[in-house]
Each structure stands twice: as structure tokens, then as C-alpha cells.
Design a protein around this ligand. Structure first.
Ligand code: IPM
Ligand code: MG
Length: 370
């Protein structure tokens, strides 16, 4: 009997519940075939939590997340909550508080091109085919959380908006370690990205990463300014293996890298905290895409990014490489068979909905497992 693991499901807003429902089916299949023993608990986050509980993340949900072996999140946000709410009550705050309270400082955002989708990229096929870049984004520091912040009134009648970019050495070192370790398991190349030419926090970042690099002689470390990195990502993306960068640059560069792959609907992510003595890390997994309110509730959303996020959970939280491979190969299989949701549809392929993609994936898993 596999050991029982507690997973917290935070479906969130928009297409979140629909794509999470497909993961639930994959998880049930793994349980029913005796491969895993996952127990699922559901809770609210984002706009859904605000509507039901008056806050985008209830304290009880934080407690559930802290007690779980891993968290899987769908998506948060939507026009319904955009304009009217103060910052503290916006759906996004729920997500940001989860990252902060669970201390999930390392955000892994792989951008990989599935062979069957190489032509869906806006870039030339030869530039992206076989692409496999991992962006490691610092997730609990920098300008997202720095103090002081706020909007204040000035004596001259104007207003001033302030945010603070701040990094302490330990915040840089711990995320850089994750990136070096990952590079060691991949192509052994790490590119550290900041604006050391303009920002002191960037200069400190470069100095600390360089120092740490001495512990990793087998990794080829390079440094790049963030603006150049944005350009290089669309010019010659395959030059990169692992990129490590701060919270804001990581937010921007990961969207850019994501689009090289053809669709945001395909990309998973993992957010990891520090490892305890037993080597276990707090972790939350989520698709890179948002809540896509324009297609919510219409069975149109691509569930594959969330399913691939679940596969990252199998791999990184539970060391279930075989099961993770099974899920990943099933994704490859359904794509190879020509099944496409709207976001990755091309003429000549078979258009399916969210549930249809889930059906096909389960059938593929069953077949591969035989
Ligand atoms: C992301 C998103 C979030 C971020 C938003 C929803 C707060 O863009 O995860 O990339 O800016 O970090
Ligand atoms: Mg973003």
C-alpha cells in the first residue's frame, strides 16, 4: 500500500474548477489502480473565497495548506472583482499570501515545446522545436513584498505611489541554490538575470550568485541583464538551460518564455519552500495561465497545464517519477493523436473540450499502463 498523502485542492476562479476537475479524475485513476493513496480536501481561494467568506484567503485555508503534503491551485481573479476592491481583498492577494505564508520562495516554471505543438508557436519552428528552458523565479521577496509600499498624498496636491525592491543575501542564496541544483540535473548551465547595471539589489544578486557558483564548479554560470534576456528569449531561446531571476523579472520573463511554446494553456509550475530535515519541502503547484473568465464554464479550457502541474507534484513532492512519466507521456500521446483544445487548435486537428481532453487523457493513461 502506498503511503497516504493529503492534497489541498484550491480550484479558485474562472476556469479553475473545470481544469481541476480533470486532475481529480487523473488522481482518482492513480488511486483506484493502487499506485497512490491521495486524500483530497477542497477549499476556496481568490474571488470565490471573497464571495463566500469575505476574504480572498481565509485563515482556516492557510492552516489547511500548512497541514497538507502539497497544494494544487487552479486560478484566481476575474473582472467581477477587478475594479471595485481594495488591494487587500483582490483575488490575487489570496495567491500572494499563500506563497508568502507557506514561504514558497522558489518558483519553477518550465517552458518546454511538445513536438506535436512546435508549429503552434509564433516563432519559427526551428527556433523552438525541442525547447526546454526552466525559469526559477524568486517568489516571496523583491518588489512584490518590499516595504515601504503604498499610495500617499503629497503637500502639493499630487499623489505618490511607492514600491520597494529589496533583497537580503539569504533570499538570493536559497533560490540560487535551488537553481544550481536543478541545473545539475539538467544541462548544467545556469544564467542569472538582474539589472546589476542599474539596481543595487541586482548588483548584490550578481555578487551572491557568483560567490555561490564556486560551490558548483560543474555548472557553467553566466549573467545577463533582464532586458537583454527578454530579447535573447525570443531571438535564440535554446541558448538557455536554467534561468534564475527575481520576482518581478521572473514574472515577466516566464510569460515571455511561455509564449514560445505556443500556448499558456500547456505550462505547469511548482512553488517550493525550504527542505526540512527529512528532505520534504512545502509545495504548491499551479498552471501558469490565469482564470480566463472569457471562456469559463464553457468546457473550452485546456486542462493540460494543470494536469502537468499535478505531474510536477508527483515528481517533486512525492518522488513518484514513474507515475509522473505516465502522466507526461499520456499528454504527449493525446497531442500526437491530434486532440486539441481551442487554445492550441490548428486546422486538420480534432477540437475537443475540457472534459473531452480529460477523457482522452485517461484512456491514454490506461493504455500506456497496460
Ligand atoms: C503569476 C501571476 C501573479 C504574479 C499574479 C496573478 C499575482 O502573474 O503567477 O505570474 O504576478 O505573480
Ligand atoms: Mg505572471
Amino acid at each position: 500500500m502506498p503511503a497516504s498523502k493529503k492534497i489541498l485542492f484550491l480550484a479558485g476562479d474562472g476556469i479553475g474548477p473545470e481544469v481541476m476537475a480533470q486532475v481529480r479524475r487523473v488522481m482518482d485513476w492513480l488511486n483506484q489502480t493502487g499506485r497512490t493513496a491521495f486524500e483530497v480536501e477542497d477549499a476556496l481561494v481568490g474571488g470565490a473565497a471573497y464571495d463566500a467568506q469575505g476574504t480572498p484567503l481565509h485563515d482556516d485555508t492557510v492552516a489547511l495548506a500548512l497541514a497538507a503534503d502539497a497544494v494544487l491551485l487552479g486560478a484566481v481573479g476575474g473582472p467581477k472583482w477587478d475594479a471595485s476592491l481594495p488591494f487587500e481583498l483582490k483575488p490575487e492577494r489570496g495567491l500572494l499570501r499563500l506563497r508568502k505564508d507557506l514561504e514558497l520562495f522558489a518558483n519553477l516554471r518550465p517552458a518546454m515545446v511538445f513536438d506535436a505543438l512546435a508549429e503552434a508557436s509564433t516563432l519559427k519552428t526551428e527556433l523552438v522545436s525541442g525547447l526546454d528552458v526552466m525559469i526559477v523565479r524568486e517568489l516571496t521577496g523583491g518588489v512584490y513584498f518590499g516595504q515601504p509600499r503604498g499610495i500617499s498624498a503629497l503637500p502639493n496636491g499630487e499623489r505618490r505611489g511607492v514600491n520597494t525592491q529589496v533583497y537580503d543575501t539569504h533570499e538570493i542564496v536559497r533560490v540560487a541554490k535551488v537553481a544550481f541544483d536543478l541545473a545539475g540535473k539538467r544541462g548544467k548551465r545556469l544564467c542569472s538575470v538582474e539589472k546589476a547595471n542599474v539596481m543595487e539589489s541586482g548588483l548584490l544578486w550578481r555578487e551572491e550568485v557568483t560567490k555561490l557558483g564556486a560551490d558548483y564548479p560543474e555548472i557553467a554560470l553566466s549573467h545577463m541583464y533582464a532586458d537583454n534576456c527578454a530579447m535573447q528569449l525570443v531571438r535564440q531561446p535554446k541558448q538557455f538551460d536554467v534561468i534564475v531571476t527575481d520576482n518581478l523579472f521572473g514574472d515577466i520573463l516566464s510569460d515571455c518564455a511561455a509564449m514560445l511554446t505556443g500556448s499558456l494553456g500547456m505550462l505547469p509550475s511548482a512553488s517550493l519552500g525550504a527542505a526540512d530535515a527529512a528532505g520534504n519541502r512545502r509545495a504548491m503547484y499551479e498552471p501558469v495561465h490565469g482564470s480566463a473568465p472569457d471562456i469559463a464554464g464553457q468546457d473550452k479550457a485546456n486542462p493540460l497545464a494543470t494536469i502537468l502541474s499535478f505531474s510536477m507534484m508527483l515528481r517533486y513532492s512525492f518522488d513518484l517519477a514513474e507515475e509522473a512519466d505516465l502522466v507526461d507521456n499520456a499528454v504527449r500521446g493525446v497531442l500526437a493523436k491530434g486532440l486539441r483544445t481551442g487554445d492550441i487548435f490548428q486546422p486538420g486537428k480534432t477540437l475537443v473540450g475540457t472534459t473531452g481532453m480529460g477523457d482522452a487523457l485517461l484512456a491514454e493513461m490506461a493504455q500506456l499502463a497496460n
